[in-house]
Design a binder for this molecule. Structure first.
Ligand code: PEP
Ligand code: MG
Length: 316
């Protein structure tokens, strides 16, 4: 019966009492962007641009980048759905020959993501030019966000460059420093998107790729959820969108708790959207808020899961 409800769910997503939640797709390239439109998504919440350049020895031209981005935007243009482009998240687990610094002792804490723009500003400028060009060509509502932001100053410098090109600017919340000061960062950007994969890694000081640390790199860790709650509350206070685009968004029970904290959109692998949408449709906002309170009060991930299930699936 549950499986039939998931298969039949067709969006747009809302809680049982009608509170809308945007469900968006994580995409990597034109093929996955097009495939995602087969699912009931309301747009793209994370376009991981770096994945197209992993094997490239040199920086692609602005025109080549614009063509690639336009191909990703094109399936979303007619319907007015927005696409969130993430600028190059190069470094650490995603080394890119033309961008990444070589020989860092500790690349996860090194010059990665937006930090690369400090000594190579042209790389970011070219990418923003290409995104603006592709947005103009397709007419898509393109939002642009930077990965690995750590300070309000970095976010402000990035936003200024994005706004110059007439696009909406955001910061990813992957570094705990930005979650703690989310209200201050929200003064300089239009939106935030919480990357729970890296936020968990940096909060718990545990390598996201180390399988023997999986008990720590669990987005149900109460410390991680407290940082999400701080960020979502800041977004509600500022009246600006705060989404989640890490793996946590694809977990139907956790998704409800995130909505209860005030998160306004959830971006995930397109194949997960129906299960999350169907779960949200079964519960009220009050239940989501109760689940949020329960997971924040839990002492560990297992207790948080039990507490969320008790609120969201009381009949078993
Ligand atoms: C994240 O860190 O949660 C995220 C969405 O980015 P990525 O998984 O690509 O690092
Ligand atoms: Mg990340």
């Amino acid at each position: 019966e549950r499986r039939a409800a998931v298969a039949a769910w067709s969006g747009p997503a809302a809680t049982r009492d009608g509170v809308a939640v945007k469900l968006l797709a994580n995409v990597a390239d034109p093929a996955s962007a097009r495939a995602a439109t087969e699912e009931p998504v309301e747009g793209v919440g994370l376009f991981r641009t770096e994945l197209s350049f992993l094997d490239r020895p040199t920086e692609p031209s602005v025109e080549e980048q614009a063509e690639l981005y336009a191909a990703v935007f094109e399936p979303y243009a007619a319907s007015g759905r927005h696409v969130v482009v993430r600028t190059l998240d190069a470094g650490s687990d995603k080394p890119i020959a033309f961008a990444t610094h070589e020989g860092e002792e500790n690349p996860a804490l090194g010059v990665r993501g937006l930090r690369l723009a400090a000594d190579n500003p042209a790389l970011l400028a070219h990418q923003l030019d290409a995104v603006a060009e592709a947005a103009g060509r397709t007419g898509v509502d393109a939002w642009v966000m930077a990965p690995m932001v750590a300070t309000r100053e970095e976010a402000a410098a990035f936003a200024a460059q994005v706004h110059q090109r007439g696009l909406k600017a955001g910061a990813m919340v992957e570094v705990p420093a930005v979650a703690v000061l989310a209200h201050r960062v929200l003064e300089v950007v239009d939106f935030l998107s919480i990357g729970t994969n890296d936020l968990t890694q940096y909060t718990m000081a545990a390598d996201r790729l180390a399988s023997d640390l999986a008990h720590l790199t669990d987005p149900w860790q109460p410390a991680v959820l407290h940082l999400v709650a701080i960020t979502a509350a800041a977004g509600q206070e500022a009246g600006k969108p705060v989404g989640v685009c890490g793996e946590a968004a694809a977990d139907p029970l956790l998704a409800c708790a995130l909505v209860g904290m005030g998160v306004t959109s959830l971006s995930m692998a397109a194949g997960a959207v129906r299960a999350v949408g169907a779960q949200l449709a079964r519960v009220t906002l009050a239940q989501c808020e109760e689940a949020a309170e329960a997971v924040l009060a839990a002492d560990d991930p297992a207790a948080a899961r039990v507490a969320a299930r008790a609120v969201l699936e009381p009949a078993g």
